[in-house]
Design a binder for this molecule. Structure first.
Ligand SMILES: Cc1cc2nc3c(=O)[nH]c(=O)nc-3n(C[C@H](O)[C@H](O)[C@H](O)COP(=O)(O)OP(=O)(O)OC[C@H]3O[C@@H](n4cnc5c(N)ncnc54)[C@H](O)[C@@H]3O)c2cc1C
Length: 722
């Protein structure tokens, strides 16, 4: 690649050198054109096609090499071919030449510029990603920045070549038409500069800013329509900058950012500070998983050279530990901490009254009405309860009630049915089985973890079964019933007529979670919802001053995505009138904390296939990794999807011990456009699970080794041996 780059650079330098030596600039001078006008016109009359082809080629070459004089060549086009043909030839030749110059700059310079100044170019790249086409159009419409400079600079950005071509062709058309037309009047022109009078430049400027004004105008009209019904109740002044409804991950981070930038912000929480993650989700489930893992390791002590020992424990004490961990984390999300940070925290139920007003029914019975310029909805999600006949009668738990229910028990229920084969269902099933319960896990689909590749599902199924979970996939739950003192779940396997009744002491419903959309005014003020609150890329709802973040906004249901979205919601809510940011969801990681863990970022094979994305797979088996062997965790794999023939990462799936931690390197790589070569060139600590990342990169490198070069090297070494 480097050699090719040097070759292209030398070729360009040579061509430019020849052009300068021949004094091509003089050839393209206005005086020269005027002097040669008659001869050129006569030649064109004799050989119209040859002259047009030569002119086209010359134009492309001159622009591709960034030789000065584009205006004069364009004038010549008008003078020789007339307005119609002249415009056609110049329009295509100039765009083609510009695109070649753009590509040459990209090929020769971009990587070098990126590696040197990458961190400083971030803002420029973000600007170009967001509104690059518009900036380019403006630059093309107003010919005040030299043509060749635009080509060279835009080549250094991430703009797509086809966008560059299309916008250039369109944007240069008016200016080109003006110059070609001037060329048809060559005899009357005194100089090339005379073409662009201040009046003409002014009208081109107007043309350039028109799309911007049109865009803003349409947005303003839409806003007026949306807010029209609330015009009479819009407060003249707001008593807060921001109101946040819900103090889970999304709401807490939103409020934190607002307070950090000195906005007046009120955070409203109806139940527990910290939301699902702290109280019913990540924290208690990971605490339970840890205890269950230790119990499992004791049971299999012989794998570590110890003695298999059935764990002796009090379930009450185990659950006390879970709740103690919630209590230990709770201060991070507490009312006291947020108040100290400058957030006003109100404990009560928030209800949207209009786009700027929230009514809060405080837990002490008081009612307050607050107004703010912006509102962020961070109301989260709740567990889905399946519509099963008899369910209410037999009783069940969801993630909302599980932890308190278990805390009251002396013993773990002996027979547990877990309904649902998603991440939560799998984590809970394995933990309960490891703690000694007889667990049956029911899933309607034909495999667990349906969003992962089939081999991952199989791996997890085998791990769960090895721990004693009875996994019933392709099984539909039909109803619950009592048979004497027994509580039963009745299911049927797909394609079978025979029903299966499973007795249980505890039924856990883990069939998914749905965004909380009712009961706090969304429907009253007409905020559109589907499965989540509908938002645009800036997290704005129908009302541009009302935002949504976290599980309520979707599409993800993770704590880290809730916190990620919160940054965008807070910044856009407070500063969006000046500058808004689209949510960047290019590299979103996820993990299921079964043992072995499953972690993923970007595409897996089934998603790539569904989206028609071409990919190559590189794998590395953890059964070969030193650290995995030392830890008796030598199972699982790292699977990397890359663009065919390139080291660019499309997605990574890891199944193995500490997969969620090991994944972090790929999240960083994908976010910042680093490929497998960069991972291979990075020193990894020995012996760690993270070394697997280097080894998988090594596998990729081996598969893409330059075979011909290696053959020659072999010959070279043979010759050196004498
Ligand atoms: C068992 C389980 C395990 C999980 N494990 C993980 C994991 O390992 N990793 C991970 O990333 N994610 C995990 N999750 C998901 C994670 O908990 C959620 O994605 C995260 O909590 C979403 O945060 P949020 O702020 O959007 O919503 P929530 O945390 O649900 O917070 C919303 C808050 O809004 C409040 N609220 C709602 N309406 C009102 C109102 N009108 N007025 C006032 N307050 C209101 C609610 O009371 C709630 O406290 C798990 C979830 C569960 C259930």
């Amino acid at each position: 690649m480097r050699q090719r780059r040097v070759f292209v650079l030398l070729l360009l330098a040579l061509l430019l050198g020849v052009a300068l030596a021949l004094d091509v600039g003089q050839l393209f001078s206005f005086e020269q054109l005027k002097a040669q006008h008659a001869a050129l016109t006569a030649w064109h009359a004799q050989q119209p096609f040859t002259v047009a082809a030569l002119y086209f080629a010359l134009y492309v070459l001159a622009t591709a090499l960034s030789v000065p004089g584009a205006t004069v060549i364009t004038l010549a086009g008008g003078a020789v071919f007339g307005l119609g043909w002249g415009l056609l030839l110049v329009s295509f030749a100039s765009t083609l030449g510009a695109t070649l110059a753009f590509l040459a700059s990209r090929f020769v310079l971009r990587d070098w510029v990126q590696s040197r100044f990458g961190h400083r170019l971030k803002a420029i790249h973000a600007g170009v990603d967001k509104e690059g086409a518009y900036y380019l159009l403006t630059l093309r419409l107003i010919p005040v920045v030299p043509f060749f400079l635009i080509n060279l600079l835009m080549g250094l950005t991430r703009m797509k070549t086809r966008t560059y071509y299309a916008v250039s062709q369109l944007g240069m058309l008016p200016g080109t038409a003006v110059i070609v037309n001037a060329g048809t009047q060559l005899a009357q022109l005194d100089s090339a500069q005379g073409i662009f009078s201040p009046a003409l430049l002014g009208s081109l400027l107007l043309l350039a800013v028109f799309p911007w004004f049109a865009k803003r105008g349409v947005a303003a009209i839409r806003q007026r329509q949306v807010y029209a019904r609330w015009a009479s109740v819009k407060p003249k002044k707001f008593d807060r900058n921001l109101i946040v409804i819900g103090a889970g991950a999304a709401g807490l981070v939103t409020a934190y950012i607002a307070a950090a930038v000195k906005a007046k912000v009120t955070l409203i929480e109806a139940h527990k500070m910290g939301g699902d993650c702290l109280n019913y989700g990540c924290v208690p489930s990971k605490a339970l998983i840890k205890s269950a893992k230790l119990a499992h390791q004791m049971q299999h002590g012989a794998r570590y050279g110890l003695i298999d020992t059935p764990p002796d424990f009090s379930f009450k004490a185990l659950m006390q530990r879970v709740h103690a961990i919630i209590a230990a984390v709770a201060p991070h999300d507490s009312l006291e901490r947020y108040t100290a940070l400058g957030v006003e925290v109100l404990q009560g139920h928030g209800q949207l009254v209009n786009p700027w007003t929230v009514e809060v029914k405080l837990n002490n019975g008081e009612v307050q009405r607050l107004t703010a310029r912006s509102i962020v909805i961070a109301a989260g999600a709740r567990p889905v309860v399946p519509q099963l006949p008899g369910l209410q009668d037999v009783g069940y738990v969801t993630s909302d009630t599980l932890w308190d229910t278990l805390a009251q028990l002396e013993e773990l229920p002996r027979r547990i049915v877990v309904l649902g084969g998603g991440p939560i269902g799998c984590e809970l099933s394995q933990s309960f089985a490891r703690l000694g319960a007889q667990v049956t896990q029911i899933e309607m689909a034909d495999r667990l973890l349906l969003r992962e590749d089939a081999e991952v599902s199989q791996h997890v199924r085998e791990a769960l079964q090895a721990d004693g979970v009875r996994v019933l996939t392709s099984h539909q739950a039909l109803r619950c019933e009592r048979q004497g003192a027994e509580k039963m779940l009745v299911t049927v396997a797909q394609g079978k007529a025979q029903e299966l009744a499973i007795a249980f002491d505890l039924l856990v419903c883990a069939v998914g979670r749905e965004a909380r959309l009712q009961g706090y005014g969304l429907e009253d003020i007409g905020v559109p919802t589907h499965r989540t609150v509908e938002t645009n890329a800036y997290l704005q709802t129908l009302y541009p001053n009302i935002f949504a973040a976290g599980d309520v906004a979707g599409p993800y249901q993770f704590t880290h995505t809730a916190a990620h979205q919160a940054w965008f919601a807070a910044v856009n809510a407070l500063f969006g009138d000046f500058k808004s940011f689209k949510v960047d969801d290019r590299a979103i990681p996820s993990a299921t904390f079964v043992d072995p863990e499953v972690a993923r970022v970007g595409l897996n094979e089934q998603e790539a296939a569904a989206q028609g994305v071409a990919y190559e797979v590189t794998r590395y088996g953890l059964d070969e990794l030193d650290r995995a062997l030392a830890d008796s965790e030598a199972h699982g794999f790292v699977k990397v999807l890359t663009v065919p023939g390139k080291d660019q990462i499309l997605g990574v799936t890891i199944v193995g011990a500490h997969a969620a931690d090991v994944l972090a390197e790929y999240v960083l790589a994908m976010k910042h456009g680093l490929g497998l070569n960069k991972i291979l060139g990075t020193v990894h600590t020995y012996p760690t699970m993270a070394e697997a990342n280097k080894y998988v990169a090594g596998e990729w490198k081996r598969a893409h080794a330059p075979q011909k070069l290696l053959m020659w090297l072999e010959k070279f070494h043979h010759w050196r041996r004498g």
